[in-house]
Each structure stands twice: as C-alpha cells, then as structure tokens.
Ligand binder design. Sequence first.
Ligand code: PMT
Length: 225
Amino acid sequence: RGEPRLAGRRVVVTSGPTHEPIDPVRYIANRSSGKQGHAIARALAALGAEVTLVSGPVALPDPAGVRTVHVETAREMLAAVEAAMPSDAAVFCAAVADWRTDGAGAEKMKKEAGGGPPALRLVENPDILATVARRAEGRPALVVGFAAETTKVLEHARAKLARKGCDWIVANDVSAATGVMGGDRNTVHLVTGEGVESWPTMDKDAVARALAERIADALKDRQWV
Ligand code: PMT
C-alpha cells in the first residue's frame, strides 16, 4: 500500500450558508445545510489531504481530521479562506449570500405603530470564488466552484465557469422539488474545460468521494505548492 492519494496536499473547502445581519436579532440566510460541503471536506481528508473547512452556521458536527473554521458572514468567510491560503486546491460549496444589508443596525428595529414595513437597502458581497480564482499570485492549482441553479442549469454553470475564472464547476439543480438544499442526495454535472459529465443521483457522501477522487487525479502529477 502506498501513500494516501492526497498526502501532503492542502485543500480549502467552504460549506453552509452565510448569515448577513439586519440588526442584532435578524439576518438574511438561505437553506444550505452544509451537508454537501462537509462531506467533501471529509472525503478529501479520507484521501490524506490537509483540509481547512470554512463553514457558515450549520447544525452539523465538525468533521474529524479536518481543521474547521466557523464564520457567519460572507466577508468573514473570505477572510478565513484567504488566511488558509496557500493551498493546492480549493472547493467552494458554500451558499454565500450575494447581498448584505447596507450597514446592520446596532439596535433591534422597532415595529412602530402605523410606521409601515422598513425598506432594506442591499449591497453586494465580495465573491469569494472569483477572488481566489483570479489571484495573481498563489492561486490554487485547482479551483472548483459550484453552481446552484433553478433553470437552464448547464447554460448558467458554463457562464459561471467563464465569469468567475475557476477550473471546474459542479452544477446542481436546487429547485424546491429536488430537495437538494438541505437533503441527503444530489444530482450533479461536472463542468470542466473539456466538457460536461452528468453523474447519476447519489447521496452527498458518494458525490463527495467521486469529486475527491477527481481532484486527486488532477493534482497527481503536479509538484508545485
Ligand atoms: O448545503 P447543502 O444543504 O448540502 O446543499 C448543497 C448546495 C446546494 C448548497 C451546494 O451543492 C451548492 O450548490 N453550493 C453552491 C451554492 C451557491 O451559492 O451557488 P451560486 O451559484 O450562487 O454561486 C456560485 C459559486 O460562487 C459557488 O461556488 C459559491 O460558493 C461561490 N460564491 C458565490 C457568491 C459569493 N459571494 N461568493 C462565492 O464564493
């Protein structure tokens, strides 16, 4: 028996949602459970990689054998990812909020009688995947993004691959009927520069193991970092 396939390789994985505060008690969030991202971190560690998992708020235990960093907001996630660099590969499975409020209030917003509902002003969050994929120096050899779509899954995934500058995109349909967000199974398409591979529906651990093997294949003959 030889060395584990990813021995000596460093990989950063993001997982879960981000929470963007509105005031001290309210936040903007999404339905990501972290199941897919945490499974990827576990699968990479099982192949011997040194994994840093940057996780938004989830109800899952920290995976054994993985360094887990807990964050809440997109900006905290970006800072934690940057702090975990350099790495040989990075996998961005988190469902990062695209927008945050334009300055969360320090006090709880009051429901004033007759005042009507407040208007939330939103501003764009940093794009963590694009920031890492476009690093001029110290870019991971392999940058893998996800695409969560509800229509034209492959078309939007290909556009994201080009726009964000990553090497692969794992595309999944997150329409409510699929139950993918929060559920135990996933149906993914691996979009690379060479084309598209559509994988059968599997549980998220199996998707994670298959992706980890593909990452090990891609890093096999690379000596840098
Ligand atoms: O957590 P689970 O319940 O197991 O569900 C898994 C999942 C559906 C969340 C996961 O499989 C998935 O699709 N993750 C990506 C979710 C997402 O936000 O996709 P997106 O198409 O909006 O973003 C595209 C890519 O850019 C993603 O890699 C995302 O991590 C990244 N991104 C997006 C916005 C942002 N500000 N920074 C980012 O890094």
